[in-house]
Design a binder for this molecule. Sequence first.
Ligand code: ZN
Length: 119
Amino acid sequence: MTTTKEELYTVLLELREDYRHKVAQLESANVLDVEGSGYSNHQAEHASAFYEQTVSASALQAARARLRQVEEALARYDHGTYGICEQCGQEIDIARLEAIPYTTLCLDCAETRDYQARL
Ligand SMILES: [Zn+2]
């Protein structure tokens, strides 16, 4: 059975809900951390509070970035350009879209970019 782009659109809508929830949760967690931790002289306690704050801040950043990718994929779907590689203009393999529904690059272009990123 092959997944269709329509089905992937549904997957993207679900992902958007998931990440919206995640971002909202992390945002409220961050606010609580900032209010709760304060600045004490207890180094160990402070270090752990600081660590948790840093972790949730970077998790928030990651969730926001992912949410943006999902929203951009939905926008491309509306414009009829979903599943088309933004680098070379070829159709992205449906198996790749199944694995990463919000990807903007075909496998070849993604590998080329990863390769260049390592240089
Ligand atoms: Zn490509």
